[in-house]
Design a protein around this ligand. Structure first.
Ligand SMILES: *Cc1c(COP(=O)(O)O)cnc(C)c1O
Length: 390
């Protein structure tokens, strides 16, 4: 067989394997309806899997500001920020953001994924040691791989294990040490002990990098994330989740910002965020500090939901946030459960290995300010229906 007949073999093999293991992913057509309702492949469902925690993606001010920025600046930013794409709105938003985070400086990035895959390699060199939480998001893992240095993975949220690793690697000639964690973990909805991480970073002179993606807008001082007001070396967050639109940020010292402008490939070699996104981010940063009521209700609803699920015998890991994982165990179980929920009008994602450890396949529920108590009752009833059915 010639090479040209063969060269696509790996694609066929991989797709066949994935179908066999029921791990074949396909894109479904989605259209937002009103509130938390969504139409997916033609069917109206209540959405329990989006990250629009404050409902800002549909907020009139956010939509209006995005439209105003298009009218004022155009559809695109025309180049990277270092060339000529750095329209005046960047400086204004970065200043506002730094003030809210109580850090000296902030720097906008295009996406959280791009920020993580380029900030971490910029901070590390080949002689660096990176200590990474076992449950870190894929974008952090990819960034760590791109750093091409030594990596030690510590058990999830186990700061004693992290300290063991730091101790064992003391005085071994590493150029520097990075500790990388999330503030709220995306698959478990639990939180890092930031006090402990900060103390370890200080004791071992390590740089602390914290991804605040799921806390930005939702938790912390004025909703600005659990890193707000702290002296992290680098706090990273996204505007694609609770901020309702798109884009990401780094906050930290002025020198860190200057360093990234000079050394971070994801910032240097990529087109600047478009005006519409900057408008949406600008409006979101105006709204988020005043949304205490939404944040309080969101946490009340999450606590209520966890309580009801526990009463019915479900496990929700160590979640203490708006992300509520419901453990289903095996992969077959979680797939059936997610189909059952959908038949009952509920859209919730099944999360399976290797994204989560074997045996802990789960339905990941994310609550938003748009969910009413009636929506939650409907969700609890659907889970109860599944248990009753068997
Ligand atoms: C969603 C997410 C990202 C990626 O952010 P985007 O702006 O969507 O690219 C990064 N880190 C964590 C922890 C996330 O959950």
């Amino acid at each position: 067989m010639s090479a040209s007949q063969n060269k696509y073999g790996f694609i066929k093999t991989e797709l066949r394997n994935r179908r066999k293991l029921s791990r074949f992913r396909r894109l479904r057509q989605a259209a937002p309806l009103s509130g938390p309702e969504i139409r997916v492949d033609g069917k109206a469902l209540t959405n329990f899997c989006n990250n629009d925690y404050l409902g800002l993606s549909q907020h009139p001010l956010v939509k209006q500001r995005a439209a105003e920025y298009i009218a004022a600046y155009g559809a695109g930013s025309t180049a990277s920020r270092l060339i000529c794409g750095n329209i005046e709105a960047f400086a204004r938003i970065e200043e506002k953001l730094a003030g809210l985070k109580k850090n000296p400086a902030a720097l906008l990035f295009s996406t959280g994924f791009q920020a993580n895959v380029s900030i971490i390699p910029a901070l590390a060199d080949r002689q660096t040691l990176i200590c990474s939480d076992r449950l870190n998001h894929n974008s952090l893992i990819q960034g760590i791989r791109l750093a091409r240095c030594q990596v030690r993975v510590y058990r999830h949220n186990d700061t004693a294990h992290l300290e063991e690793i730091l101790q064992a690697h003391q005085g071994q000639g590493f150029s520097r040490i990075l500790i990388v964690a999330e503030s709220v973990f995306s698959m478990d909805g639990d939180r890092s002990d930031l006090d402990a991480l900060e103390a370890l970073a200080e004791a071992y002179e390590a740089l602390l990098v914290v991804d605040d993606a799921h806390a930005t807008g939702v938790l912390g001082d004025r909703g600005m994330g659990l890193t707000a007001g702290r002296q992290m070396d680098a706090a990273i967050g996204t505007f694609g989740k609770a901020a309702g639109s798109f884009g990401a940020y780094l906050s930290g010292s002025r020198e860190l910002k200057e360093y990234m402008i000079n050394c971070c490939s994801g910032l240097i070699y990529s087109t600047a965020l478009p005006p519409a996104v900057l408008g949406a981010v600008d409006a979101a940063l105006e709204l988020i500090p005043g949304m205490e009521k939404e944040r309080r209700e969101l946490q009340e609803k999450a606590a209520w939901l966890r309580g009801r699920l526990h009463e019915n015998g479900w496990e929700t890991t160590d979640s203490t946030t708006q992300i509520v994982p419901v453990i289903a165990g095996s992969e077959e179980n979680v797939l059936e459960l997610s189909r059952f929920l959908e038949e009952n009008g509920i859209l919730a994602t099944a999360i399976r290995p290797p994204t989560v450890p074997e045996g802990s396949a789960r339905i990941r529920i994310s609550l938003t300010a748009l969910h009413s108590w009636a929506h939650l009752e409907k969700l609890v009833a659907a889970f109860a229906g599944w248990a009753g059915r068997r």
